[in-house]
Write a protein that binds this ligand. Sequence first.
Ligand SMILES: [Zn+2]
Length: 251
Amino acid sequence: MSVLEHLIRLSCEVGDPAYRLAILGEGNTSGAEGTFFWVKASGHRLHGIGPDGFARCDREALSRAVTSGAAMDDHAVHGLLVSQRGPKPSVEAFMHAWLLGLPGVEFVGHVHGEATLALLCTEMGRDRCRQRFFPDEVVLCGAATLWIPYVDPGLALAREIAARCSSWMEAHGEPPRMIALQNHGTIALGPSPGVVAAALQMAEKAARIVIAALSTGSPLVPLTLTEVNRIAGRKDEHERQATIWSQETPS
Ligand SMILES: [Zn+2]
């Protein structure tokens, strides 16, 4: 199966209305293919998307716009986006280009899930990124989530993500599996469509669990760091994780 075919199936999976991760033209997905990458075109609906809903972009050119720091006004950004092949890519193509250059990252998904976005619109959003509440959240979303404060979507957001993700990698030695954007949504990244789909779906479930727990009025009890690290390092959980990822790969 081609990268584009994998990407179409990933997009239909995370855009499935049952998961409440994206409606209308929300969210975007991407997959690397050599020096290029495929990314969802601006305004297209994820669920039911076909090949004509994706642009084929020059990964180096868009990534360079992120890392160069050179001033680019809206007109210049628009010009670079429409110079890519196919329909105009999402303005988040810059973020996708940079993330797809990280080690072990072949697919990226970005959504505005209802429950996760609800928490990202509260003062507890940042603390939530450091917390895990149940084992499968650790298994599929990683031990913690990278937090990004609110930044204007597009090139400015891509530059903020690149800066904070670089610091994360210096501290952890590998990219985060999940990134949370204040007042905006979430991003999952990984080596396969299954890893990305599973992380986005489990992060949304985790947010629903937290909201339900808050409604009881009793204080939240996150897993301790020792408990999180135990789950993250368990061999049987790694085996289970691989099985979940292979099943989650849309087929
Ligand atoms: Zn978005």
